[in-house]
Design a protein around this ligand. Structure first.
Ligand SMILES: NC(=O)c1ccc[n+]([C@@H]2O[C@H](COP(=O)([O-])OP(=O)(O)OC[C@H]3O[C@@H](n4cnc5c(N)ncnc54)[C@H](OP(=O)(O)O)[C@@H]3O)[C@@H](O)[C@H]2O)c1
Length: 249
């Protein structure tokens, strides 16, 4: 398998917690030099120290992905970029009837607009360097099916999935592959309260594997998409959900 990432530079957004923190460690262990981006720099600094203690290479980047000018400025300093994981994301608790414009806009600003700004700037760097690249968008199974109380979140992830395909189509000519991972329910700060509630327990019964995911369940798909092992994959969406999408109606 061609999953060695030595000599590659990888940018991970939303790196301060949850999936993003784990992805940085995984990519560094696979040989990549990691740029860990998020707003909480104290958490990024401790991540960078943990990676260095294991012999890996990482640097912290303070970045609010929803701020276009900040994204442009932060990425303008990079000469080479091979892998981008658009992982920064937020959720909101509302049903559509209660969802105010501020909640809708802030979720789209981070989940959709942020992923677009980062992808566009990364693609400009990759095209200039002329050695292609891999962009991985962290979507969600809620972008493929509906979910309760996810009025803005589920549509934002559907937009991420369609954006993945549009960018894949446009950037194939530059050797830039764009794919998405659609995780099912995996316990992190984003959803812990819900997953541990009685409603969360009910949901678990509808997952064919009868368990929520663990972050490590994403390791195989992430390394596949980040590396040359997926050289002929672009515009793909990989569901990692214990069979949740295949559950019966
Ligand atoms: N957990 C699940 O079951 C699940 C399932 C499907 C999809 N996902 C997706 O997976 C991704 C990671 O979620 P998670 O579960 O790991 O949640 P998490 O622990 O809450 O992590 C979210 C990350 O996004 C960052 N972030 C939020 N707003 C940002 C902004 N404006 N600019 C830059 N970074 C920002 C946060 O860092 P700062 O606050 O430090 O900026 C944090 O590191 C999200 O896109 C989420 O939608 C999660």
């Amino acid at each position: 398998m061609r999953t060695d990432l030595s000599g590659r530079t990888a940018l991970v957004t939303g790196a301060s917690s949850g999936f993003g923190r784990h992805f940085c460690q995984l990519l560094a262990r696979s040989g990549a030099e990691v740029i860990a981006a998020a707003r909480r720099t104290d958490l990024l600094d401790s991540l960078v120290a943990d990676i260095a203690a294991e012999g890996g290479k990482a640097q912290a980047l303070r970045l609010d992905v929803a701020d276009e000018s900040q994204v442009v400025e932060a990425l303008s300093g990079l000469e080479a970029l091979d892998i981008v994981v658009n992982n920064a994301g937020i959720a909101g608790p509302s049903r559509a009837i209660d969802c105010e414009g501020d909640e809708w806009r802030s979720i789209f600003d981070v989940n959709v607009n942020g992923a677009f700004y980062v992808s566009r700037e990364a693609a400009r760097i990759m095209r200039k360097a002329g050695r292609g690249g891999s962009i991985i968008n962290i979507a969600s199974i809620t972008g493929l099916r509906t979910a309760h109380s996810a009025a803005a979140y589920a549509p934002s992830k559907a937009a991420v999935i369609h954006m993945t395909k549009s960018l894949a189509m446009e950037w194939a000519r530059f050797g830039i592959r764009v794919n998405a991972i659609a995780p099912g329910y995996i316990e992190t700060d984003l959803n812990r309260e819900f997953l541990l509630s009685p409603a969360g327990e009910d949901m678990k019964k509808r997952i064919p594997q009868r368990r929520f995911g663990e972050i490590a369940d994403l390791d195989g798909p992430l390394l596949l998409l980040a590396s040359d092992a997926s050289a002929y994959m672009t515009g793909s969406v990989l569901a990692v959900d214990g069979g949740h999408l295949a559950s019966p109606l």
